[in-house]
Design a binder for this molecule. Structure first.
Ligand SMILES: Nc1ncnc2c1ncn2[C@@H]1O[C@H](COP(=O)(O)OP(=O)(O)OP(=O)(O)O)[C@@H](O)[C@H]1O
Length: 873
């Protein structure tokens, strides 16, 4: 018979493995076998690669299976590496004591660790949330939900794709859950930058989600959380809870509430703005972000909150002023600031510690840390209560030093309690009489053994006797080979070494049983008492969470004072007007990165809706135009998040939206598509303008030919000027042609970033001064870059020719071309659902529209089209 036809014999262990693995095809399965976690097959190949552990093979019913494993106590070292490498990891444990069963040990998956659901300190980063997110695709809007299991924060919202996209950018989730049916659309709408996981469609259902949430919070309705009207947000939140249960995270007492992300309360910034202002990440990995500069927080939860404040600056004048008043007060009262920060330093990550308690993952040492943190709350509360500042006082009133919790922990736990219960010495002496007695017995062993050794040495006459124990053989008496013949007959040999023999005696055996019994009982009792303590502590989850939040706020405000002190920031004067007046403003990041000896050149910026609505800033490349644009936005942002600002004076009328657009940087080979992308992105600003908007346009139109660039920049500026919102705008450009606009448009003002022309060079003075620029610096810079003379002359000629033709008519021709192209592509789709849209395009009378209106119209049609496509699929 051929070998291949032989029935394969799979061991019972591998049968068990296969049954479990089938249930978790998407996860890397860590299978506990004795003291090891093993991986098999493809999982083993992956694990050995990621962890650098040895890959071996074992026989599996005639087949060779790959095998790689590591000792169980190294789980905390290896697990984070797997998760950080993007793996979902299923931990399969032994569910019964192997000693108590004769057949194969029962095993099951006890936890599924995924990038978005992590509790392990080695996976988490102290100053960052680890959000699990779900996005629900509704009929006409999207629902979104964020949950950080390590802190208990649970948030939801709903809205357009743009709104949800902005939230995804702000919250930066580590994992996004989406229904399998919307896999393709998710990638189309939100891109591939998120680690996503796709769930069955039925999970995203109204009733199911509602029930999951009300069951979890033990409430009848969701009204109390203010989310009952957010049906899409509820579905997304339900999916998040479902996923937690699917990944075996069932102890969730710390998730005590769900918040609506009240977007209307915060300054609107879209994804381009967040990215462009480099608030908390940059495309350049080594670049310093605004967050790096302003983060002076001391506690992890303070750091996390600061990031949230930065993503969601306030729009409410009163709330902003309250923050400023606290910062001002702390800046004046140096000792108060110092003392408060000193005590905040003593507080660990209260928020994550309390979550560990809820999820049953807290160890004895961490409970002591929790107690110590709460002890540091006492003086902070006192300091805040003594303060004349109303907001600080309120924080003082709300802080709860949890006195009985601290006392209880002190009473139950040893001050030096270890990480691991197994080490003993967890429970304080004096707490349990039984425990104290057992400890006496176990720890008096040294005396007892010393005496036994003395006696045996005397009786046998062996001088080099030794009594010791090890994990495998337990207690033994060791005799060196030279004295072997003196060993009494009653001694039983246990182990032979090269130079010695090891024996057990009747007395030692009895003693061992007693000690082992005592040690076992000590362990059991400690475990039991510790668990009782944890149960008792559960009711403190909410007050401790509240403390964590308050300390985080205080930490951020102290950080702002520290920042102001260190870098000479001033308190901005906030008001209800729509004007902006910044005196001697600086860019908070650039000013800290200047080469030694250079100082930042400060600049004034005045913007208002009456006289100076649009500032057209011209100047050569590298002169500092972008810096002025960005510092204006950053100063507003800092002010509205509650911080002082880098300026000598700032009067800020509340801003509700900040828009930023930067033209494509490479103007050599930009085709039609880049042109359209840039235009569409800009058009979306124009659709959303408000009276309180701040618009920054940096070299818009650069991503195309000079002619197009000027036309577009012109048209957009005209639109902004004519729009009833009269949004405040800073427009940086090196097209000096735009300076002509001031003669027609009263609220557009020309400024330039001054340079001094030397013989072969330009000296950057970086000062923003009134007036336009005389010539096109693009060509000037080309000269500086060493372009041949002929090329520069040619460029000059072309430019002259183009200058004559930046009329709106030609712009309209251009659009007509785009429109025709779009029509063609729509018709090709040949879908009855598109009839309506086709109609709209055919009847669009471009001639009556301004160029930008026409672009916007096209944009709108495109959006409608993609919506229809979504609906039909
Ligand atoms: N006010 C200032 N004081 C000191 N240095 C400055 C100032 N503004 C800008 N700089 C320096 O000049 C560099 C260029 O500035 P910026 O990027 O704002 O120029 P730009 O005119 O926008 O150039 P481009 O047109 O190439 O985008 C900055 O990286 C910074 O190092």
């Amino acid at each position: 018979m051929a070998a291949s036809s032989k029935p394969k014999k799979v061991t019972p262990l591998m049968q068990q493995y296969n049954t479990i693995k089938i249930k978790h095809p998407d996860a890397l399965l860590l299978f506990r076998v004795g003291d090891f976690y093993e991986t098999f097959g493809e999982d083993a190949v992956k694990a050995s690669k990621i962890l650098g552990i040895i890959l071996t093979h074992r026989n599996n019913g005639g087949d060779k299976t790959e095998l790689a494993g590591f000792p169980h106590h190294s789980l905390n070292t290896y697990l984070p590496k797997l998760v950080k490498a993007g793996q979902r990891v299923a931990i399969c444990d032994q569910l019964e004591d192997p000693k108590l069963t004769k057949s194969i040990v029962k095993r099951g998956v006890t936890e599924l660790v995924t990038p978005g659901v992590a509790l392990n300190d080695d996976i988490l980063s102290a100053k960052n949330n680890n959000f699990l997110c779900a996005v629900h695709f509704g009929r006409n809007k999207f629902g979104v939900s964020f949950l950080d299991i390590s802190t208990g924060e649970f948030l939801t919202s709903e809205g357009s794709a743009e709104q949800v996209d902005k939230l995804l950018q702000n919250f930066g989730p580590n994992e996004v859950l989406v229904s399998k049916n919307h896999k393709k659309e998710f990638i189309e709408v939100f891109g591939t930058q998120f680690h996503s996981f796709f769930l069955e469609d039925w999970i995203f259902q109204d009733d199911y989600a509602h029930e999951s949430l009300t069951n979890h919070f033990k409430t009848k309705t969701l009204q109390g959380f203010g989310i009952d009207q957010l049906s899409h947000g509820i579905v997304a939140s339900g999916a998040v809870l479902h996923y937690l249960s699917e990944t075996q995270h069932k102890q969730l007492q710390h998730i005590t509430k769900i918040h609506r992300i009240a977007e209307e309360q915060y300054v609107w910034m879209d994804r381009f703005t967040i990215r462009n202002l480099e608030l908390y990440h940059s495309t350049n990995l080594n670049a310093i972000t605004l967050l790096d500069i302003i983060d002076k927080t001391i506690s992890p939860m303070g750091g996390r909150l600061l990031k949230r404040w930065l993503a969601l600056p306030l729009k409410n004048l009163g709330q902003i002023q309250q923050r400023h008043q606290v910062v001002a007060h702390l800046s004046e009262e140096e000792t108060l600031l110092e003392k408060t920060q000193h005590w905040i330093k003593q507080i660990g990550d209260l928020e994550r510690l309390i979550s560990k308690l809820a999820t049953g993952k807290i160890n004895p040492k961490e409970v002591i840390q929790l107690k110590n943190s709460l002890e540091a709350v006492v003086p902070i509360k006192q300091l805040a209560l003594e303060s004349p500042n109303g907001s600080l006082n309120l924080i003082g009133q709300q802080l709860d030093a949890c006195e009985s919790l601290r006392h209880k922990i002190k009473e139950v736990l040893h001050e030096e309690a270890p990480v691991n219960l197994l080490k003993g010495q967890t429970i304080a002496t004096g707490y349990s009489e039984e425990l104290d007695e057992l400890r006496n017995l176990a720890f008096s062993s040294k005396d007892y053994l010393d005496k036994m050794l003395e006696r045996e040495t005397e009786q046998t006459g062996i001088t080099s006797l030794k009594i010791a124990s090890n994990n495998v053989f337990g207690y033994y008496i060791e005799v060196r080979n030279t004295h072997k013949d003196k060993v009494p007959e009653s001694w039983i040999r246990k182990q032979t070494l090269v130079n010695a023999e090891r024996y057990i005696t009747e007395e030692l055996k009895e003693y061992e049983a007693k000690i082992l019994g005592a040690e076992e009982r000590i362990y059991q009792l400690e475990q039991q008492l510790f668990e009782q303590l944890l149960v008792w502590m559960q009711e403190y989850i909410v007050p401790v969470q509240q403390n964590a939040q308050l300390i985080a706020q205080l930490d951020c405000l102290c950080g702002f004072s520290q920042l102001a002190k260190e870098h000479h920031y001033v308190q901005p004067q906030m008001n209800d007007s729509t004007a902006l007046h910044i005196k001697d403003g600086r860019h908070p990041v650039i000013e800290r990165q200047l080469p030694l000896g250079e100082t930042y050149v400060t600049n004034d910026v005045i913007l208002n809706r009456e006289e100076q609505q649009i500032i057209m800033i011209t100047g050569p490349n590298m002169s500092g135009k972008s810096a002025i644009l960005r510092q204006t936005a950053l100063i507003v942002l800092l002010a509205q998040m509650g911080s002082f600002v880098p300026a000598s004076e700032a009067n800020i009328g509340m801003v509700d939206k900040i828009f930023t657009r930067v033209g494509a940087s490479d103007n050599i080979s930009m085709g039609e598509s880049t042109f359209m992308v840039e235009m569409n992105e800009t058009a979306s600003i124009l659709n959303n303008l408000s009276e309180r908007s701040l618009v920054l346009l940096d070299e818009i139109g650069r991503g195309t030919s000079t002619y197009d660039g000027i036309s577009i920049a012109w048209a957009i500026s005209e639109y902004l000027h004519e729009h009833p919102s009269r949004a405040k705008t800073l427009f940086a450009t090196h097209y000096h042609e735009l300076n002509e606009m001031t003669s027609t448009f009263g609220r557009i003002k020309n400024y330039n970033v001054s340079v001094k022309e030397l013989k072969d060079n330009v000296l950057f003075l970086r000062k923003l001064i009134p007036g336009g620029s005389e010539h096109s610096f693009g060509i000037h810079v080309a000269k500086m870059a060493g372009m041949p003379q002929q090329v520069i002359q040619k460029a000059n000629k072309i430019l002259k020719k183009l200058e004559k033709s930046h009329s709106s008519e030609e712009m309209t021709d251009k659009l007509q071309g785009v429109q025709n192209e779009m029509q063609l592509s729509f018709f090709n789709l040949d879908d009855p659902l598109l009839e309506e849209i086709k109609d709209e395009i055919l009847h669009l009378d471009i001639d009556t529209l301004t160029p930008v209106e026409a672009l916007m119209k096209l944009n709108e049609i495109k959006r409608l089209l993609s919506k229809k496509k979504t609906a039909s699929s």
